[in-house]
Design a protein around this ligand. Sequence first.
Ligand SMILES: NC(=O)c1ccc[n+]([C@@H]2O[C@H](COP(=O)([O-])OP(=O)(O)OC[C@H]3O[C@@H](n4cnc5c(N)ncnc54)[C@H](OP(=O)(O)O)[C@@H]3O)[C@@H](O)[C@H]2O)c1
Length: 281
Amino acid sequence: MTIVVTGATGNFGRLAVEALLRRGVPAGQIVAVGRGVEKIQDLADRGVVVRKASYDDPESLRAAFAGADKLLFVSGSEVGQRVPQHLNVIAAAKDAGISKIAYTSAPHADTSSMILAGEHLATERALTESGIPSVFLRNGWYLENYDLKGALEHGLYGAAGEGKISIATRAELAEAAAAAVVADGIDQQVYELGGEGVTLGELAAEVSRQSGRDVTYTDLSPEKYTEFLVSVGLPEAFAAVLADSDKGASAGALYTGTEDLQKLLGRPVTPLADAVRAALA
Ligand SMILES: NC(=O)c1ccc[n+]([C@@H]2O[C@H](COP(=O)([O-])OP(=O)(O)OC[C@H]3O[C@@H](n4cnc5c(N)ncnc54)[C@H](OP(=O)(O)O)[C@@H]3O)[C@@H](O)[C@H]2O)c1
């Protein structure tokens, strides 16, 4: 049983490969795929099969997926280019005879008005049309999206208002993804994955409580938050997409309210306070 992991050169994919190894999947039955494969030489040293491929290059994907049974399809990071890229992945999976795909999607992809959800919904639809049995892992926001150490100095900024966000660590979401792809068959097609729901004000208060420093959350309009993100170095288009996600969050778009993460992990999700403590350490 060979499992391919795309995006394995990134943070999430690497964690998912490590979770597969911890679950006892033999290293030689894991194929770790990405462009910057020099970043995962350590995985190759542990026996993981490493193959270089680009979402923009169908031939490289076909070669990378050859002989594989299952695919953990980690969504790409090039916002705006992902629909054709993801269609290339799905076509290559079909050519390779992949029997199951677990895809990392976005919260409530089918009903969300967030700009970021559009490419994920298009991918989910293409997966369904492909006929390959697929699981949609609608990952909530990573705790790592928030610079908590930086917040000790500068506070937290956003445009999420009083919206609760079901924050989870990237590592636990990756562990859940490993569990989902390893499982036989498909118990549930859509997983809305997230941890405890907190407002960004509550997150700042937790950082304050643990650090003993006065850490506040400043809520901005989406326009002002875009300007803020540009002022700290983000490209304008991406800043606007992030501000749009916060605007969605203010209306509940990033609140999952399910026990799906716990279900896939087979244990309770790490309490947010503990995850914050680890992030501040
Ligand atoms: N839920 C959340 O809070 C959240 C936050 C950020 C991102 N995401 C989504 O979750 C995914 C995984 O997160 P992450 O933290 O691991 O992101 P990351 O560290 O930026 O990793 C992105 C991965 O995608 C690969 N990739 C991007 N474009 C590619 C292309 N054209 N061809 C082949 N591979 C490509 C990268 O590989 P190479 O560059 O080496 O090819 C890398 O392995 C992201 O890509 C994004 O879709 C979710």
